[in-house]
Design a protein around this ligand. Structure first.
Ligand SMILES: *Cc1c(COP(=O)(O)O)cnc(C)c1O
Length: 359
């Protein structure tokens, strides 16, 4: 028997979610974020379904070159920029744009002769305190970039740290800090990630950078895709490979972490953390068996997990099991596993078979 675990990717949902981003900020151009293999969905199919985006964004040069190899001619912004002069030449050769977030990168631009000048995005740190130059330095560094032969265009960007909480004033402070830093400078602006696009109208800008929303998951902790007008893209599913009856008090799985005080019917599904299903999903995490919700019970193991079918006695070996996606919000599973949809998507392993469909 081949591995039953499958990820079904709905390409029309990707296109729908891109339209949702455009509808939220109609005047903006879209830099679709497809880093980390398209958030685990397979970057080639994702970029293909999102080819009407105005640009792509990825984390590193390898990911950008891969998109070029697949034949995408869009502008591509590498969000961590280049690490050294050798990389810088590859950026230039492949027409790839770079986020510039520290002075060392500007020095490399000033001291390297390139085949053709690069478009750069000057990243300003307005409170995330991860990458970016200080707001006070923005205009002098822009002047240096402007004077540099290796630079062919300069955008201005920042990244929001707390936009996933609609009540957190940090976002307003960041937007004000950004406006202050770039006030006199000319150039396209980019501030909004998914949470900014959906939750913060004031984050409207020339270029929006949606990531997670394109994959049909809410960036917020307290809503699901449907609430945000998004369609889930990935359905993770498998099959029941065994069903068994246990006496009251018999313990299930490693560590005997779960038992019931009633006699129970237990189903074994062919999926585990070796496929990327989170090991930390707790007993009670919802799973759909034959379209009905049942609770996960006991510890998730590498190849299997167990569910309580006592309330679903008709469930049979071979029955379809959905772990998230169609009919079961990934946000809910993430909460039970103490994580976020981003991580669940990225953790799917190569053992899972991917299939794509439209609608
Ligand atoms: C990953 C990333 C995004 C996309 O964030 P989402 O929360 O997935 O929308 C946007 N901008 C930058 C700089 C990023 O690193």
């Amino acid at each position: 028997m081949t591995r039953a675990a499958e990820a079904l990717i709905d390409l029309s949902a990707l296109a729908h979610n891109l339209r949702r981003a455009r509808q939220a900020m109609p005047g903006s151009r879209v830099m679709a974020v497809v880093k980390a293999n398209g958030y685990g969905h397979g970057v080639k199919r994702v970029a293909g379904a999102l080819r009407s985006a105005d640009a792509f964004a990825v984390a590193c040069l390898d990911e950008a070159e891969q998109l070029r190899e697949f034949g995408f001619a869009h502008p591509i912004n590498v969000l961590e920029g280049f690490y050294d002069a050798e990389e810088l030449r590859r950026f230039s050769r492949h027409h790839i744009d770079a986020t510039v977030h520290q002075v060392e990168q500007i020095e490399a631009l000033e001291s390297t002769r390139l085949e053709r000048p690069l478009k750069v995005w000057l990243k300003i740190d307005t409170g995330m305190h991860r990458l970016g130059v200080s707001p006070a330095m923005a205009s002098s560094l822009w002047e240096r970039l402007h004077a540099c032969d290796s630079v062919g265009g300069i955008g201005l960007m920042t990244h929001l740290a707390n936009a996933d909480d609609r009540n957190d004033p940090t976002t307003e402070h960041q937007l004000l800090a950004f406006a202050g830093a770039v006030g006199q400078i000319s150039g396209e602006r980019s501030t909004a990630n998914s949470a900014g696009i959906l939750g913060w109208p004031a984050a409207v800008c020339d270029w929006i950078r949606p990531g997670i929303m394109l994959y049909g998951a809410s960036p917020f902790g307290d809503t699901t895709a449907i609430d945000e007008g998004l369609k889930p893209v990935m359905t993770l599913r498998t099959r029941l490979i065994a069903v068994r009856d246990l006496e009251a008090g018999e313990r299930v799985g490693y560590g005997g972490a779960w038992s019931s005080d009633r006699s129970s019917r237990i189903g074994v599904a062919a999926i585990g953390y070796g496929d990327g299903y989170p090991r930390h999903a707790n007993s009670g995490t919802p799973v759909l068996v034959g379209g009905r919700r049942v609770p996960l019970v006991g510890r998730v193991s590498m190849d299997m997990l167990t569910v309580d079918l006592t309330e679903l006695p008709e469930a049979r070996i071979g029955e379809q099991v959905i772990l998230w996606g169609d009919g079961l919000p990934v946000e809910e599973v993430a909460q039970h596993a103490g994580t976020i949809p981003y991580e669940l998507f990225c953790q799917i392993t190569s053992r899972v078979h991917f299939h794509e469909h439209s609608g």
